[in-house]
Design a protein around this ligand. Structure first.
Ligand code: ZN
Length: 297
């Protein structure tokens, strides 16, 4: 019976070979929303949300707009705007509340919490440099919308946490997923992309930004090692660097960020179920080995 159902699943997958894998749509701050567009033209419509250009893809015979919802957006009714054939349309997006937990951390290096004057100069210059990666827009009619986890390990900080550093509240939330892993653990590209920024920054340490097209950017920070230069095309699964503890950290981990329409959003809706299962199996194996790292990763 199991064999038959496996076969049926395979046939189903083959039959839907052109179906696009979509992220899990959730209309919450920090979420990603997939909006079907009622437009039958063949020319790609343009879409905006909160005055920012939004990804549009073709899924069989329909257009879909895929927009990130900023963490700071208050619950309420917003709208996505499209322009096609000279006509403007609006689509309502009703953003509902999501409660994110609080996290308190102690940072031993006080200067990483209270930077001095020269640090601030460096931070401001870097902010401008990093900001350029956020606004990259490259043409790609079929951007990848499902990701493998870039490394294996425990999720040490979820997206959206309200943080306190050494009892001082931070105005910005934790806008990425932290995966704890020993220094030197390989970090792989979760999907094909192009390296658009590499740097060693004050807060984020050794950092890489990958562009996947149409405003979908991923960020890898606190690395101990960077293997890829700016401009390099990387394939899904290619090693791009190694986990580390550079920048403002409490220990080695990968801080993995996903940016869409210049907005930091939760990476989890993009992660493939089989990648999560492999990570879970890996963690269980580690705990059976008394916490020792297993395998080659
Ligand atoms: Zn983090």
């Amino acid at each position: 019976m199991k064999k038959i159902s496996t076969l049926l699943v395979l046939l189903f997958l083959v039959g839907n070979a052109h179906a696009i894998e979509l992220p899990e749509s959730r209309n919450v701050p920090g979420g990603v929303v997939v909006v079907p567009l009622y437009l039958d033209g063949q020319a790609m419509p343009s879409a905006t949300f909160q005055d920012r250009k939004v990804m549009v893809i073709r899924d069989n015979n329909r257009w879909l707009a895929i927009t990130g919802i900023p963490l700071k957006l208050k619950p309420g009714e917003y709208r996505l705007t499209t322009v096609a054939d000279g006509k403007t349309n609006h689509y309502p997006i009703n953003v509902v509340n999501k409660k994110y937990p609080v996290q308190r951390l102690t940072i031993k290096n006080k200067r990483k919490v209270y930077p001095n004057k020269s640090d601030l100069k460096r931070i401001n210059a870097e902010r401008e440099e990093i900001g350029k990666a956020f606004v990259v827009w490259s043409h790609n009619p079929e951007p990848p919308l499902k990701f493998d986890l870039p490394t294996q390990g425990r999720f040490s900080s979820q997206f959206g946490l309200q943080r306190f550093y050494n009892d001082s509240p931070r105005p910005r939330r934790h806008s990425a997923l932290d995966i704890a892993a020993p220094t030197g653990t390989p970090v792989h590209a979760p999907a094909a992309g192009t390296v658009i920024n590499v740097g060693d920054y004050y807060f984020t340490g050794n950092s890489i930004f990958l562009d996947h097209g149409q405003g979908l950017i991923t960020q890898y920070i606190h690395l101990s090692k960077v293997d890829v230069p700016v401009g390099m095309r990387v394939e899904r699964g290619q090693k791009i660097g190694e986990v580390g503890a550079t920048g403002r950290v409490t220990g080695p981990h990968l801080h993995w960020g996903v940016i869409l329409n210049q907005t930091m959003i939760d990476p989890m809706p993009f992660v493939r179920a089989d990648s999560l299962e492999r990570n879970q199996a890996y963690l269980e194996q580690v705990s059976r080995n008394g916490g020792r790292k297993v395998g080659g990763s």
